[in-house]
Design a protein around this ligand. Structure first.
Ligand code: M5T
Ligand code: MG
Length: 241
């Protein structure tokens, strides 16, 4: 299994449409086990960074490296095996909850299943569903709340034991109780793993090793929560809104 040691963006620029750059010379690094949080206004380019890290697109200039190796030289299957994505709009399969979480349900023993459901705070959901883990999710989980769908994708990422977590926090309205539960599940997912996360709630960014404030595709500020608050710049102003 590949071990993730570091990821680095080196002056990455990118445009979906030629001449309309959405990322301009973005640089950051994360060592194994670290969390980098991306914050900033809508359209700043946060999700685009995750798109490049998944190789949905390649940079127009600059480099992305994993373990020092240019991302374009990585085998895409190895990259996918290492990475788990937790998105704003989770895609659930029209299959059982168990199949949605475990790629090989027959190989997941009971202790593992229990541990993962606990860590992802999915136990209440499993209890609520008529057939528990074996409940068939109709229409990709249309009957579930967006918070529940998010917890399922967190469980899925835990089950895969991916080393690189790419997380785009949901923007949709979630009540504060559900938000607290998701926050705890995310904490369990991120612990010990390397993570690049787009934080829409500033409380998620707070504990990151490094926070990047993106503004119009540029890194406007970078530092940890304390450093950025002391700076009294953009990040500090985001907190006062
Ligand atoms: C940055 C444009 C978007 C915006 C800019 C994902 C995507 C974005 N864009 C495209 O043209 N095509 C695409 O597939 O790129 O967008 P973003 O990276 O999605 O910004 P964000 O994640 O910081 O914003 P938000 O609203 O999620 O907080 O001009 O139109
Ligand atoms: Mg986004």
């Amino acid at each position: 299994k590949d071990r993730l040691q570091s990821i680095a963006l080196e002056r990455v620029s990118f445009a979906y449409t030629p001449g309309e750059p959405v990322l301009r010379e973005v640089s950051f690094t994360a060592q194994q086990g670290q969390t980098v949080a991306l914050v900033g206004p809508t359209g700043a380019g946060k999700t685009s960074v995750l798109n490049l890290l998944q190789r949905f697109y390649d940079p127009d200039s600059g480099r992305i490296r994993i373990n020092g190796v240019d991302l374009r030289h990585w085998d895409i299957r190895r990259l996918r095996g290492m990475t788990a994505l937790v998105t704003q709009e989770p895609v659930l399969f029209s299959a059982t909850l168990r199949e949605n979480i475990f790629a090989r349900p027959d190989q997941a023993d009971e202790a593992t299943v229990t541990r993962i459901l606990q860590a992802a705070h999915c136990e209440a959901l499993v209890q609520r569903l008529p057939l528990g883990l074996d409940t068939h999710l109709e229409k990709g989980g249309a009957s579930l709340s967006s918070g529940e769908r998010q917890l399922i994708t967190i469980a899925r990422a835990l089950a895969r034991d991916a080393q690189l977590i790419l997380l785009d926090e949901a923007t949709s309205y979630i009540d504060s109780q559900t938000e607290a539960v998701i926050h705890k599940a995310l904490h369990n997912l991120i612990a010990g793993r390397t993570c690049v996360l787009v934080a829409h709630r500033l409380s998620t960014a707070r504990s990151a090793d490094r926070i990047l404030v993106l503004h119009q595709g540029r890194v406007a500020e970078a530092g940890d929560h304390r450093q950025l608050m002391e700076r009294r710049g953009l990040y500090w102003r985001l907190h006062r809104q």
